[in-house]
Design a protein around this ligand. Sequence first.
Ligand code: ADP
Length: 569
Amino acid sequence: MSKRDTLMHHRVRVSETPPGIDTVRLLLEAARYLGETLEPQRVYERFREMVAEPIPHDGLTVASFDPEDGLIRCDYAWIDGVAIDPETLPPVPFQPDGGGMQSQVIKTGEPFLTNEVSERINAGGTYYEADSEGNVRPLGPDEEPPAAKAIMMLPIKHEGVVVGNVQLTSDHTHYSQEQFELAEGMVAQLGASVRNARLHQAVRAEAAARLQAEAERTELEAREAAARAVAAEREDAARVLEALGEGIAVVGVDGRVQVWNRAAEIVTGIRRLDALGRRIDDLFGGWSDVGESVPVAEPGRRPRSTAVPVLVLGRELWLSVVAVESAAGTVYAFRDLTAERHLDEAKTDFIATISHELRTPMTAVLGAATTLLRDDLPFTEAQRRELLEMIATQATRLGSVTEEVLLASSLDRDEVQIETESVDVEEVIVETVDALAPSVPDSISLELALGRPGPVLGDRDRLQQVLVNLIDNAVKYSPDGGLVLVSTARTRSSVRVAVADEGIGIAPAEQARVFDKFYRVDSSLTRGPGGTGLGLYICRGLVERMGGRLGLRSEAGRGSTFLVDLPAA
Ligand code: ADP
């Protein structure tokens, strides 16, 4: 057992000196050895190791005094051979007038030694004793006597100010004056070393704090930079989105539109303000089918585009749609395929049509020619002539189909030569009708109603080509007993030629499309008269190049009227 805190009023000097202590050597060693380490705990341990031999002890404690809160705290405690956690020992309040031994040393700055501990206790005051388990018990005249016989209490000073104390206790021996002086010198050395170590720790802590602060600042800057980069990226992305030719719709998990770019407005005709926040399946009729047929690519995977029909504002649109999953929802990129789709359909139809259109006359020509070549058949002159006429007619038809295809492609390449001359429309009409009359079936009457509109500006041959086509169609699509009427009229600055029939008519939805390349209302080969679907495309192209317009008025089942308006000469 050893004292940790005792109260003494007098400083006692002990005169007998055990020989054999080489104070100078020990102090030099302490200076070197204690200063080597920068860990305060290590300094305390080394100090204890060094004093063990010259100053045998049962207890050694080091305490520091904090004038701020007036508490004396234990920094190191070694009791009966065991280092105990100094934290387990309660701090002692500094009482300058109370006369406690620690308080006394701190107050006076003078070291203190007693070899008569019990006596001092019994003389009055407050005493505590701690054991190696960290238990603290009070001492006093009525308590169990203390184990310690001798105590040394030495101040630790810094620039003359007491900052703590060291206490050495012995349960067995008395301490000599020489030991006391040695302890005093060594404690001075201990104080210096601890201060060094503490300073070093403080510097290190400060450096660590500075590093930490720097790291935090760097991290903050990095985060700010990243945030700025993200914002810039967003801005860029938004700009890119706007400039994209593809419609972009971002649809959140709730099925509502979050992003709708300019191209999406153009493709669908739905304005951004009307699209944002709306459910995508409200905007696109048949969207649920799209959801099913368009595969949604996981992030990082290559998306596949799928062509799907949707209904937008009452129109059917063919969209090529790509879908990608993103954090914000599903991103749909779409392109309007409607025109390509129609052209594709028409091309497919055209190939079927054109091969039919070519094969039919070819078969007739071939049949007639091989028949004529047969020696075994006795042909009359009339029969021979009939076969030759058939060859001529079919060859002409072949020629005109080929001609149409070539003309359409010349128009596409803008390679058609168009004259601008004064043309007497009525003369051209009469000529054309005369030429066509022989091939018009008897069941259809072809009539003229000429209004003397005067000449037009245009290309005579091209105008004839247009009229042939329109009259031909009118006859082709007329029922038996039908009337085809070609009329002229003068409007203010132009001349109008109308080709009217009482045929099957053209439904409103088809009216714009009949002028498309290759388009035929009923492309099934078995029904209806043949054709390439190029006639009206060519007619419109030619009329427009003459500075005119080709229009259509029709009612399904009630006939059609094609209107050619040309500038008056
Ligand atoms: P085609 O060679 O098939 O006649 P056109 O371009 O001249 O090609 O006509 C395109 C389509 O328009 C025709 O296939 C037909 O369905 C329709 N059409 C043209 N003229 C008439 C008409 N007078 N009456 C009804 N339908 C017509």
